[in-house]
Write a protein that binds this ligand. Structure first.
Ligand SMILES: Nc1ncnc2c1ncn2[C@@H]1O[C@H](COP(=O)(O)OP(=O)(O)OP(=O)(O)O)[C@@H](O)[C@H]1O
Ligand SMILES: [Mg+2]
Length: 505
């Protein structure tokens, strides 16, 4: 039993680690699916793995022991009276079949209740992550209603499961006295006709007692077995899943002397979760090495999507995206992503120190490099004003910092990595114009210092992209017009109107 218990917990630990590794390999579209929200996934990793452990641990030892007892009993029974043993054996098979159907039924119900509990878990995680918004909107009551509704639904499924379980268990246990009655009757008839001896009768009944004990035990475990089976299926489905973009792949080319040329060639793209809506349509864009390019357009026109496609978070539906003329689908995924640094629209910080956040992913980073990046991003003065300086923890998702401070740290992180291609997606949108100007100046200087770096900037505030080499205006899924700020203003097209509008605002 101890060996089973130890191997059970070891197996569960391996199962969890393998499941997590497999999750990390999955493509972004997998996490867009409602059943794969963070709450559902953490529920699966904790409770389903535990459910497996319950069966695979010490209980498996007890099951093996019971089955061995049953096997020994059958053998003994066959030796003393094979006809009677055959009858008992037939009964046992029927009971096992019943248990088998019960396990399958339980597995199905369990999958259903786990799905509902996964939704409840996803809701709870989302609420806990966005507690400020929940409080500000005063929607605690509505959320509680939603949560209670889901928990009640799960209860209803589990209640049905308990009732059915109980019924089947009653059939199993209730049928035993009747079966024993028939068995006694057959034995008595055979004793009277001298077809059987007293000694054999005793042995056969000893075997029947063994068998019934095993049956009782197996029956009490069917519920547990059902939930473990459904949990195991969930894990195996994940293990068998081949991601469309394998984030763990080590295959693919690494360009020896990457220049920084980017090309979107007749790209069409729809998000897998919304296949009918085409975000990019015949999208054509070429960025030359060392160019500083800006991408502008109305909200929701697909600018951030371009950046996601470039890093291969999603694959294009048609056409191709190339780096130095090579399709990114032929490139090594880690090499590809390591060429880019992204300062995002929604700055994401980890619950670590400021220094760790800036140098994230680099082993033994030098403090001078961290300070240099922080100075360029205009956050150094703020950091040294904190009692713990660069060792200050930023809280979950950077909740101890303001939006603009988070953005500046994310820009520092992007600059620290000294990428070949710098991607700035509304990277300064939460800053006041004073800070924005300082950061903009630093970014222009960084571009001048490293003329080999290609940069792609997305901005709503058009005043921040005047000095870019080329500005592309994205509309209806493709580039409507391109040129420098002066050329586009003279053209009196889309850019001109957007510019006039933002200036009036
Ligand atoms: N993961 C997703 N699944 C489905 N649709 C998405 C997803 N992400 C974005 N979209 C949709 O794709 C379209 C383009 O989104 P995108 O984020 O690229 O816009 P954007 O130009 O960056 O807008 P903004 O200026 O507001 O940031 C939008 O209509 C958006 O609703
Ligand atoms: Mg965007």
């Amino acid at each position: 039993h101890t060996a089973f218990a130890v191997s059970g917990s070891k197996l569960t630990q391996k199962l969890r680690a393998k499941a997590f590794a497999q999750l990390l390999r999955q493509e972004m579209a997998y996490f867009d699916l409602p059943e794969n929200h963070s709450g559902s996934i953490s529920n699966r990793l904790s409770s389903e793995a535990l459910s497996n452990q319950e069966l695979l641990g010490a209980r498996l030892g007890v099951i093996c022991e019971a089955m061995a007892t049953l096997g020994f009993g059958i053998l003994l029974g066959f030796v003393f009276s094979w006809e009677l043993t055959l009858i008992v054996f037939a009964y046992i098979i029927c009971m096992f079949l019943l248990a088998f159907f019960q396990i399958r039924w339980q597995a199905r119900l369990n999958k259903c209740s786990e799905h509902i509990l996964g939704q409840a878990s996803a809701l709870a995680t989302e609420v806990l992550h966005n507690m400020r918004t929940v409080k500000q909107l005063s929607i605690e009551y509505e959320i509680l209603q939603q949560f209670s509704h889901l928990v009640n639904q799960a209860f209803t499924v589990r209640r049905n499961d308990t009732v059915i379980s109980g019924l089947l268990l009653s059939i199993c246990w209730g049928s035993q006295p009747f079966f024993l009655y028939i068995l006694y009757w057959i034995v008595l008839v055979r004793l009277e006709s001298n077809e059987m001896h007293d000694k054999d009768t005793l042995m056969v009944f000893a075997f029947v007692t063994f068998a019934f004990e095993t049956l009782r035990f197996i029956n009490t475990l069917t519920r547990q077995m059902g939930s473990s089976l459904s949990a195991a299926r969930g894990f195996f489905d994940l293990f068998d899943r081949t991601p469309t973009i394998d984030n763990g792949s080590v295959d693919g080319r690494q360009l020896e002397n990457f220049q920084g040329q980017i090309e979107f060639n007749q790209v069409e793209f729809s998000y897998p979760s919304r296949p009918t809506i085409r975000v990019l349509n015949k999208f054509q864009l070429t960025i030359e090495p060392g160019q500083w390019v800006a991408l502008v357009g109305r909200s929701g026109c697909g600018k951030s999507t371009v950046i996601q496609l470039l890093q291969r978070f999603y694959d294009v539906t048609h056409g191709k995206v190339c780096l130095d003329g090579v399709d990114i689908r032929d490139l090594n995924i880690h090499w590809l992503r390591s060429q880019f640094s992204l300062a995002n629209q929604e700055p994401i910080l980890f619950d670590m120190t400021i220094a760790e956040n800036i140098a994230y992913g680099k082993v033994n980073p030098s403090l001078e490099d961290i300070i240099e990046a922080a100075t360029k991003a205009n956050i150094h003065q703020f950091v040294i004003s904190l009692p713990q300086g660069y060792e200050t923890r930023v809280g979950a998702k950077g909740s101890h910092l303001s939006g603009g401070q988070k953005q500046r740290i994310v820009i520092a992180r992007a600059l620290f990595r000294q990428p070949k291609v710098l991607l700035l997606d509304e990277a300064t949108s939460a800053m006041d114009s004073y800070n924005e100007q300082i950061v903009q100046r630093a970014l222009v200087q960084a571009q001048t210092e490293d003329p080999n770096r290609t940069s792609l900037t997305i901005a709503h505030r058009l005043s921040t992209i005047h000095s870019c080499d080329v500005i592309h205006v994205l509309s209806k899924g493709h580039i409507e017009e391109s040129g420098t700020h002066t050329e586009l203003m003279q053209k009196h097209g889309l850019y001109y109107h957007m510019y006039v509008q933002t200036t009036i605002e």
